[in-house]
Design a protein around this ligand. Structure first.
Ligand code: MSP
Length: 507
């Protein structure tokens, strides 16, 4: 297999239970991974947890447990959540995994030995909840620009990474790779807020807390989170050892990250990779936040429900579909239970569910569950059949641009056309006259073919529902290379399958 696709989510802080914001990125990464697998790519989809740092150390103390004990519970829950959301990750990396810790130490030592890391003294303004250092110009009234809480001034002996040395190379890289950071607005932010003012060397160790990977040649220090965290994308593949996996999957095709961590992925990570002599990832996509009540859903603000509540109440695909469809990927968007219900009713229930149910019922009623192509196409069919034929190319393009909501919109546009086609061709009238039997069969067949194509594509986004549909249609070949292979005879059985989605009452 020659085509490969390596996609990552950020590794999440397990400082509290995961919320719908974490689900958001992970569902999107999953949809892309599934799409590429169905399209014949050799996919590596990685997620994980970023477990070191002061915040977790503090949280664990508050709870009278060790940091490891503290995160273990949260990670178990997170893995259960990913299971419930049908997240098909290939690898879950924990930064407390022994292999990762060892490899981070090797990376740190290599950078030190070659002069890219040096010892100095750190003075800075630190936000404990966000684990971020800020410069004078970034803080607002002594408050963290991200969360709005007070920052503290800190001075300590520390190791530094020579980020400034890579300024020019990063600028050149941006010029030569205009699509490296998307959306473009985020790239412009990087240039004007961080790169143009001049990159400063980056503090990469701490002595003020213990919960971290020890610096291998100076155990007073622990590796400060970003070298530890960012390296996850390569330690999982074996680096510093150049393994067959590393050769196969690196460079990553896509790092999905929230907008507030673009700078780590689009500046620090490239510089680290340049220092390590490695290729840079092909793309960093900085998405927006899901917000509720005007603010970011946030662990530290505690303003959210367990995502499992929504999965239980409305089904996994209602949650997945909402995450993928509601908000243009890149922008901020509002998450609310009401919006989730509206979206589920309008698209999944009214458009998709109704279409599948009506079509299968007609197949059973008029043809005893066996429907073949009788080739009695008329002009009215052409619009639908052409839309179906063009769909894959349209979706491919949308996926390449990460316009995931538009990809789904295009599929639902075709499903809507199918519903209209039923209304326009009025099969129930044709059924009244035996002479129309072949024409009627062609209509039902066209609908089944259209539903099949949409369901095969939808496997990437709402796999459970899509596979239920393909089961009802007894479609065996579900990869994209069978997308347009026509089924000879649809065998729908004799019994109408259960509704895919029940209408949810809005109150
Ligand atoms: N551990 C770092 C990432 C290291 S990656 C090498 C981190 N963790 S985090 O748990 O704070 O956030 C992880 C991701 O979740 C970020 O991309 C962040 O944007 C995303 N989200 C957290 N809350 C979110 C929303 N409310 N909405 C959408 N995404 C949000 O940063």
């Amino acid at each position: 297999m020659s085509k490969k696709f390596y996609v990552t989510t950020p590794i999440y802080y397990p400082s509290a239970e995961f919320h719908i914001g974490h689900c958001y990125t992970t569902i999107i990464a999953d949809a892309l991974a599934r799409y590429k697998r169905l399209d014949g790519y050799d996919v590596f989809f990685q997620t994980g947890t970023d477990e070191h740092g002061l915040k977790i150390e503090t949280k664990a103390k508050e709870n009278n447990v060790t940091p490891k004990e503290y995160v273990d519970v949260i990670i178990e829950n997170a893995k259960d959540l990913w299971k419930q959301l049908n997240i098909s990750y290939d690898f879950f990396l924990r930064t407390t995994d022994k292999f990762h810790e060892k490899k981070v130490q090797e990376i740190f030592k290599k950078l030190y030995d070659q002069g890219d890391i040096y010892k100095g003294e750190y003075k800075g303004l630190y936000c404990v909840p966000c684990e971020s250092f800020w410069t004078e110009t970034q803080v607002v009234d002594n408050k963290c620009p991200d969360c709005g809480r007070e920052v503290q001034e800190v001075t300590e002996e520390a190791y530094f990474f020579r980020l400034s040395k890579y300024q020019k190379r990063i600028e050149e890289f941006y010029e030569q790779n205009p699509d490296f950071i998307l959306p473009i607005s985020r790239k412009n932010e990087m240039l004007s807020n961080f790169i143009k003012p001049g990159l400063e060397d980056l503090c990469v160790s701490r002595t003020s807390f213990k919960w971290g990977i020890p610096v291998p040649f100076d155990d007073k220090h622990v590796v400060y989170v970003w070298i530890d965290a960012l390296s996850n994308y390569i330690t999982s593949l074996g680096f510093p050892e150049i393994t067959p996996e590393f050769k196969k999957y690196w460079p990553a095709d896509l790092h999905l990250v929230g907008k507030e961590i673009v700078r780590f992925h689009a500046i620090i990570w490239p510089a680290l990779l340049m220092a390590l002599g490695l290729e840079l990832p092909k793309k960093v996509f900085g998405h927006g936040w899901l917000i509720i009540d005007g603010g970011k859903i946030s662990k530290s603000l505690g303003n959210y429900k367990d995502p499992r509540f929504y999965i239980k109440a409305y089904g996994v695909d209602a949650v997945r579909y909402f995450a993928l469809r509601e908000v243009p990927f890149g922008s901020d968007g509002v998450f609310s239970e009401k919006a989730l219900i509206t979206r589920t009713n309008s698209d999944l229930c009214n458009i998709l569910g109704n279409l599948v149910s009506r079509t299968i019922q007609m197949g059973i009623k008029y043809f005893d569950g066996k429907v073949k192509n009788t080739y009695k196409n008329e002009e009215i069919d052409e619009d639908l059949n052409a839309a179906v034929k063009n769909l894959k190319v349209i979706i491919d393009n949308k996926i390449a641009e990460l316009k995931i909501n538009e990809a789904l919109e295009s599929i639902f546009e075709v499903l809507r056309k199918c519903n209209k086609y039923i209304d326009d061709t009025a099969p129930w009238l044709l059924a009244k006259d035996e002479n129309n039997k072949d024409r009627l069969e062609t209509i039902i067949y066209n609908l089944l073919e259209s539903i099949k194509v949409c369901a095969i594509l939808l496997q990437a986004f709402i796999p459970e529902t899509a596979n239920k549909i393909l089961d009802s249609l007894k479609v065996e070949n579900r990869n994209f290379d069978s997308l347009y292979q026509e089924v000879d005879v649809y065998d729908l059985g004799k019994e109408k399958p259960a509704n895919l989605f029940e209408r949810i009452k809005e109150d």
